[in-house]
Design a protein around this ligand. Sequence first.
Ligand SMILES: [Zn+2]
Length: 121
Amino acid sequence: MHELSLARAILAEVVEAATVREVECVESIHLKIGALCGIFADSLELGFEIASVGTICEAASLQFSTSPVTIWCQSCDTAVSPIGQLDFRCPKCLTSSAQLITGRELEIVSFTPKPIALVSC
Ligand SMILES: [Zn+2]
């Protein structure tokens, strides 16, 4: 399962960052997923639930936002949203572009520690 290994990678990164900040329990993790990533949020959540057992992220919920597809148009010398998600042409000049700027990334935007008084993990 592709999402399980992704969940493990996200978990490792958040645990490391949280440990450095002496966070004892993570409440939520905000992820940004590119529209072309092909990641299923449900599967990623399930993978995370499995991977996070016994860690400081066990009680953490995942929050998702999607980053749109943008390409670089050589002719217009600017970043644009392509005509379609699978049609990488500039909407202004119709030049095809192979330069994807956003849309493929999976990014950990932030995580929220649980307030100390509520810590119970
Ligand atoms: Zn253009």
